[in-house]
Design a protein around this ligand. Structure first.
Ligand code: GLP
Length: 245
């Protein structure tokens, strides 16, 4: 896996943002998978700044969210839909018909999962998948133990995240919060993937994911097997990596 360590945090955000911009400039009808969270919020801000300074054609690009919380309102500011809409789709003027998101409500989520995969396939598959990493190595909502052969599915929330979302979204105590997520197999089928990580809270897990054994206990370790994967890190997240040279 290619490993790129940015000079500082701002350079990290800008580097990942430029990778996304370049993918669309090189292929205007590119299909780009996005993630949400603190890491990608900074990346998306940098991307919006790039677009404002150097607008490029986004009329044919497709962006989709790799995961979403089920049974919370799309208007909830912590929903992946709301974040990607405000951080990427509106600032880059991506047509709404080219913004694909998992549904938050359905009486048949299994069918919705198959439908989501079909929609992405119909657009030619994923050109670039941007990934954050959880402190336990999760990708999207694929927690440790998720089989590498998994395709889009509904995973269980971990308890802490479940409690936080309930508190912040005001969702009903009996709402069945789940993690709609593309699976590990979907991630591996993307033509290119970028794992983006910053901060000293990610140093240990980044080291395990990049240099440890490839194991379902560390979902991100599977990326070692992807032919076109790049890890982009800030100096803090890269802290424990072997010195270059
Ligand atoms: C959540 C999301 C992931 C994201 C991860 C890292 O669990 N479902 O897609 O990669 O958090 O988030 P952060 O960047 O805030 O550390």
């Amino acid at each position: 896996m290619r490993i790129t360590v940015a000079e500082d945090l701002n350079a990290f955000y800008s580097l990942v943002a430029w990778r996304i911009a370049e993918a669309v400039i090189a292929k205007p009808d590119a299909v780009i998978g996005l993630a949400t969270g603190r890491t990608t919020t900074g990346i998306h801000k940098a991307l919006a700044d790039i677009w404002a300074a150097h607008p490029f054609d986004t009329s044919r690009a497709t962006v989709f969210g790799m995961d979403e919380i089920t049974h919370v309102s799309r208007e909830f500011p912590g929903s992946c839909y709301d974040m990607l809409l405000k951080q990427v789709v509106l600032p880059l003027h991506i047509p709404m018909k080219n913004f694909l998101m998992p549904p938050v409500e359905s009486d048949d989520f299994e069918r919705e999962c198959r439908l989501f995969d079909k929609k992405i396939e119909a657009r030619g598959g994923v050109d670039l998948q941007i990934l954050g990493i959880g402190e336990n190595g999760h990708l999207g909502f694929n927690q440790p133990g998720t089989p590498f052969g998994s395709v889009t599915w509904i995973s269980r929330m971990d308890e802490a995240l479940d409690a936080r979302i309930r508190r912040e979204s005001g969702s009903a105590p009996d709402a069945d919060l789940g993690g709609f997520t593309i699976g590990i197999r979907n991630i591996m089928m993307s033509r290119r993937v970028i794992l983006a990580a910053n901060g000293s809270n990610k140093t240990g897990i980044v080291h395990k994911a990049l240099y440890g054994p490839v194991t379902t206990e560390v979902p991100a370790s599977v990326l070692q097997l992807h032919p076109f994967a790049e890890a982009i890190l800030d100096p803090d997240a890269a802290g424990k990596l072997p010195a270059e040279g």
